[in-house]
Design a protein around this ligand. Structure first.
Ligand SMILES: *Cc1c(COP(=O)(O)O)cnc(C)c1O
Length: 455
C-alpha cells in the first residue's frame, strides 16, 4: 500500500494527483521544484519520509515561534482536546477564550480592551475593515467609507484584504473585484537617499500620508498598515517615527488606525508588538500567525471601548456587528495560544531573542560585502538580504530569472528551508534556534547567493 511506504516518492505522486498547493504554479513541481512530504517536526527541524531533515528558517511561513512539536504547547492542546474541542461562540463561551481575551488585553497596548476572533489573518483584516466602516456609520458618519493603505503592503488574500493590500503579483488580476483604496507611497527605507537615516526618510515619506489624510479624511474610515516591516512586500522596513506621526495625524483627522500585526506580532520585531516601538495604540490590532505559536488557525482583532460602545445598543436598532466564522475562538487554538503566551511569560523570550537577533544580524551583515548584495536589513528576528544585478545602481534582477528559486533549491540540498521572496533572501527563524544553527543558515544562504549570482 502506498501509504505504508517509507520513501518520499509515493507521497509526492499521490499529492500531485489531488492536492492544489497555495501560492504555487503547480507545473513547477514537474521538474523545477521537489515536493517535500514531511512526516514529523521537532524544534527547528522538519523531517521527510526518508529521514532527511530541513531547518525551518522561515518558521513555516512565519507562524512558528517555539519549534515544531513543542512539548508544552502539545500538552496544552492535548489536555484541551479531552475537555472540549469546539463550541459555538455565539451565546456560549469557554474558559480558553475567556483566559486568552484576558491575557491579550493585558499585554496589548493599553486601551485595547475588546477581542473579536476569526481563524486566519485575512479574516482578521476583513473584521477590522468592516468594523471601522460600520463604526462610522453607527456614529452617524456614513460618508467615511474608504481606506488608506501603503504601497507594497500585504494584508491577505480574501477580497477585502487583497483590496487594502498592494503587492501587484497577488492583486493585479483581481482588480475588477476589489474596492477602490487610496494608496500612499510606502516609507520603505530601502529607497532612502544616500546618507539619509531611516528616521529622516520615514519622516519625509510621511508628507504623502499627511496630504492623503488632508484630502480624504472626510470620506476615510481608516488607515491600515503593517507596523515596521512589510513582510510579504519583500521584508521592506521603516522607522517607528512613521507610526508616531500617523497616530497623531489619524487622531487629528478623525480616522481609525488599523495595525496589521499578523506577521510582526509576538516578538518578531524585538518587542512583543511592533507598535510598542512607537509607543502608540492603534484603534484595531490584527493578530494571527504567531498567536498560537503556529499551531492552529486563529486570529484576533483587538479594539477599544469607544469602538465597542458604538455597536452596543438595543437589538432592534440593528447596530450589532453580525459577523461570524464557524470556528471563531476555537478552544484548541485558544489553548495553544495560552500555552504560547505562557512560554513568553516564563522563559524571558524577548530578552533571549535580543541575543539571538544580535548574532543573526552580525552573521548576516557579513553578506553585505558581496558584489550582488545591495542591503542587509534587520528588525529584531527578521533579517533580509536584498540581491541586485548591479550594486552601484541597485538595478534589480529581472523577476523572470527567478534567482531566488536557485537559492531555495540549494538550501534544500543543504538541509535548510529558505524561501526567498523574489530577489530577497530572508531569515525569520523560530525563537528556539541556536547560534550554531544560525551560523549554518547564513552559511547556506551565502552559498546559495554565490550560486544564484554567478552568471
Ligand atoms: C500573512 C499575513 C496576512 C494574512 O494572513 P492569513 O492567515 O494568511 O490569511 C495578513 N497580514 C499580514 C501582514 C500577513 O503577513
Amino acid at each position: 500500500m502506498a501509504g505504508m511506504s517509507s520513501s518520499n516518492t509515493s507521497y509526492v505522486a499521490r499529492d500531485l494527483a489531488h492536492v492544489w498547493h497555495p501560492c504555487t504554479q503547480m507545473k513547477d513541481h514537474e521538474q523545477q521544484l521537489p515536493m517535500i512530504p514531511i512526516r514529523r517536526g521537532e524544534g527547528v527541524w522538519l523531517e521527510d519520509f526518508e529521514g532527511v531533515r530541513y531547518l525551518d528558517a522561515v518558521s513555516s511561513w512565519w507562524v512558528n515561534l517555539f519549534g515544531h512539536a513543542n512539548p508544552r504547547i502539545n500538552a496544552a492542546v492535548r489536555e484541551q482536546l479531552d475537555r472540549l474541542e469546539q463550541v459555538i461562540l455565539a451565546g456560549f463561551t469557554h474558559e480558553p477564550v475567556i483566559r486568552l481575551s484576558e491575557s491579550l488585553t493585558a499585554i496589548a497596548p493599553q486601551g485595547l480592551t475588546r477581542c473579536f476572533y476569526a481563524d486566519n489573518g485575512s479574516s482578521a483584516v476583513e473584521v477590522a475593515v468592516k468594523m471601522s466602516f460600520h463604526y462610522w456609520r453607527n456614529v452617524g458618519r456614513g460618508a467615511k467609507t474608504r481606506f488608506i493603505a501603503l504601497s507594497n503592503s500585504y494584508h491577505g488574500e480574501t477580497l477585502g484584504a487583497l483590496a487594502v493590500g498592494n503587492v501587484e503579483l497577488y492583486k493585479a488580476i483581481y482588480k475588477p473585484l476589489l474596492m477602490d483604496v487610496i494608496t500612499v507611497p510606502s516609507p520603505d527605507c530601502f529607497e532612502r537617499e544616500p546618507g539619509e537615516s531611516w528616521a529622516e526618510h520615514s519622516r519625509r515619506k510621511f508628507t504623502h500620508m499627511e496630504a492623503a489624510l488632508q484630502k480624504h479624511a472626510h470620506e476615510t474610515a481608516a488607515v491600515i498598515l503593517e507596523p515596521l516591516v512589510q513582510c510579504a512586500g519583500s521584508m521592506r522596513m521603516y522607522d517607528p517615527v512613521y507610526l508616531e506621526l500617523l497616530r497623531e495625524a489619524c487622531d487629528r483627522h478623525e480616522v481609525h488606525l488599523i495595525a496589521d500585526e499578523v506577521a510582526v506580532g509576538f516578538g518578531r520585531t524585538g518587542t512583543l508588538f511592533a507598535c510598542e516601538q512607537a509607543g502608540i495604540r492603534p484603534d484595531f490590532m490584527c493578530l494571527s500567525k504567531g498567536l498560537t505559536s503556529g499551531y492552529l488557525p486563529l486570529s484576533a482583532v483587538l479594539t477599544t471601548e469607544p469602538v465597542y460602545a458604538a455597536f452596543y445598543d438595543e437589538y432592534v436598532k440593528l447596530n450589532a456587528f453580525l459577523h461570524s466564522h464557524s470556528f471563531t475562538g476555537n478552544p484548541l487554538a485558544c489553548a495553544a495560544a495560552l500555552a504560547s503566551l505562557d512560554i513568553f511569560r516564563t522563559d524571558n523570550v524577548l530578552e533571549r531573542n535580543r541575543a539571538l537577533s544580535a548574532h543573526l544580524g552580525l552573521r548576516a551583515r557579513e553578506l553585505e560585502s558581496h558584489p550582488h548584495v545591495a542591503e542587509v536589513r534587520q528588525r529584531g528576528m527578521i533579517v533580509a538580504v536584498e540581491l541586485v544585478r548591479e550594486k552601484a545602481t541597485r538595478q534589480p534582477y529581472p523577476w523572470q530569472e527567478r534567482r531566488g528559486l536557485r537559492i531555495y533549491r540549494h538550501a534544500l540540498s543543504r538541509g535548510v528551508l529558505l524561501r526567498p521572496i523574489g530577489n530577497v533572501v530572508y531569515f525569520m527563524p523560530p525563537y528556539v534556534i541556536t547560534p550554531e544553527q544560525i551560523d549554518l543558515v547564513v552559511e547556506v544562504a551565502r552559498e546559495g547567493i554565490e550560486l544564484a549570482t554567478c552568471d
